[in-house]
Write a protein that binds this ligand. Sequence first.
Ligand SMILES: [Zn+2]
Length: 289
Amino acid sequence: MKRLELVLFIMSLIFIQSCNKEDPVIPEKEKDEQGLVLSFEEDLQKHQGIIRRYKFTDNKKLVSSKEFEIPDFAKEYSTSENQEKLRSLIEKILATSALPYVKYAYIHVGKANGEGASGFIGYLNEDLKEMYISISLSELVFDLRNGKKNKESIHTVIHEFGHTVAENVSQITPNSTGECNGGISNADTNGCAKKEAYINKFYNEFWKPVIDQIEADPNKFIKDHPEEFVTSYAASNYGEDIAESFTFFVLYDKPNGKEVKDKKVSFFYNYPELIEMRTRIRKSLLILR
Ligand SMILES: [Zn+2]
């Protein structure tokens, strides 16, 4: 690919947020040209351009376990050096978290036309017990080329990790009926949040009081209430809101302000296990304060 096209392609990625809600987290089974059902990973390769799978070892190291064919458009920047940079970043953030549910990490490059997510998560099976995380290599390369070091990628990895904190099987139960008794339905998983789940508490405290206004006119609500959200993407839905607020909780100091977005970040300080998680991640990233 020519340099300009590559730049345009990567430029387009900066407008893509950390999750792509249009892609099902458990990919639909799809048939290839011969009518064969694509496997889970073939599906991810086709739709997200995964190029490498890593597995967490028992001692929380992230080791390569499979390489996929790199699409032509991404060959120039999908060097082993860049892949190693991203692997190391994911390991630094996730291995310190001691969350037992995430078994694999993928890196992906999206599609040639720039479609793709900065990151996404999913489940290996419908029992939701084992999860994976995938992070875009294209975003990291864009950052490096623009002198931003790996700032956006750090944000993305913590954001996706935040989804796994909120949506692992200790927090939600599989649900095939789409109806939840008490707990809110989770858009990502078709699961139900448990009563004590972080996301249920977060929803009841911050979304429930204003849900009628949001549902009536989401764009107007967001425009009229910027003080509610840490980023505009957080306003997408409560699942993205908790992941974005979690990212701010990990990366920045405890807010002193009284706005709703400050309360959303402070929400996580109610949980000692999350404070511990924050400390470990910050140490590994050398944010030592
Ligand atoms: Zn997300």
